[in-house]
Design a protein around this ligand. Structure first.
Ligand code: ZN
Length: 298
């Protein structure tokens, strides 16, 4: 089977991870802009970060046969530094409309502050004006309240619910998200939060429509193989293959292909890797023999 992991911070993962993901069938990923573990102190670091998501990281994933898309946005944590937040929001038009950007994200609430809401609302307005998809991060604490508020703000702006993906859901939030008409994504972390076992039960209870599984793997304890592992468990537990395909591939594709930035036909073709390629004169190799697959265009 092939898988789409529509939320992974692959810049913090190694090439070993990319190789393992590709071998496990992860064909496409979305890397949303987020914070980097500590607060940034100047807008220039956002410029370079957004540029790397669009440039080097896209190239690096391609060198292992993984199609890389990204989402651009100001994350909720750093929205609370309002002078910096204003400068970052000014950058949105410069980066969010580039090739390979499938959404504004991940944006939303962390501590559910007024500053977070202002940044979220402004970015949802930008997305509506440019007919974009929005990927919403939900808070770890007070998750339900954060999600309900994200839905309310988007609705008050007139944002179309079929272009809204609410992420990091659990059993307490799924009803609100599905009732609103948005997509409900679930992050599968090892040993905690939403585990694969709980995801199996949710798919059994709700069916696969508008449910999406992702890893949100980053520099913390997380698993870049969460999507294929959860798919395997679903099959073992008797969920039919079509439903598994929906929650681990097709739904994410349908949601984010609304951006017009995903060549769906090309994704269905077996990837052909050419590791002799360079990005700004840089290679992912360190003296190894390059992999050059049959079918690589000259
Ligand atoms: Zn994330």
């Amino acid at each position: 089977m092939r898988y789409f992991d529509p939320h992974i911070h692959v810049t913090s993962r190694t090439t070993d991870d990319l190789e393992r993901m590709a071998a496990a069938g992860v064909r496409a990923i979305i890397e949303p802009a987020f914070w980097v573990g500590q607060p940034r102190t100047s807008v220039g670091t956002f410029v370079d970060y957004f540029s790397s998501l669009l440039g080097w990281e896209r190239f690096r994933a391609s060198q292992f046969g993984v199609a890389h898309y990204c989402a651009i946005g100001l994350n909720s944590k750093e929205a609370n530094n309002e002078p910096l937040a204003r400068e970052v929001l000014e950058l949105l038009p410069r980066f969010a409309l580039k090739e390979g950007v499938v959404a504004i994200g991940e944006i939303g609430f962390d501590e559910i502050t007024a500053a977070e809401e202002r940044a979220y609302a402004r970015q949802v307005e930008f997305a509506r004006a440019h007919d974009m998809v929005v990927m919403v991060h939900s808070p770890h604490r007070d998750k339900k309240r954060g999600i309900v508020r994200s839905l309310e703000v988007a609705r008050s702006i007139g944002f179309p619910m079929q272009k809204l993906v609410i992420d990091h859901n659990n059993e307490e939030t799924i009803d609100d998200v599905l009732a609103a008409g948005a997509w409900a994504a679930f992050t599968i972390y090892p040993h905690t939060k939403m585990g694969s076992e709980r995801m199996v039960e949710l798919v059994k209870k709700y069916g696969p429509e508008r449910l999406i599984v992702d890893s949100s793997a980053d520099w913390g304890v997380s698993d870049p193989l969460s999507v294929p592992k959860t798919a395997r468990l679903m099959l073992e537990r008797g969920i039919d293959a079509r439903a598994v395909e929906l929650v681990t591939w097709q739904n994410a594709l349908d949601a984010y292909a609304q951006s017009g930035q995903i060549d769906v036909e090309a994704l269905l073709v077996e990837p052909a890797v050419d590791q002799t390629r360079l990005y700004a004169d840089n290679s992912v190799l360190r003296g190894q023999a390059p992999r050059i697959d049959a079918g690589v265009p000259n």
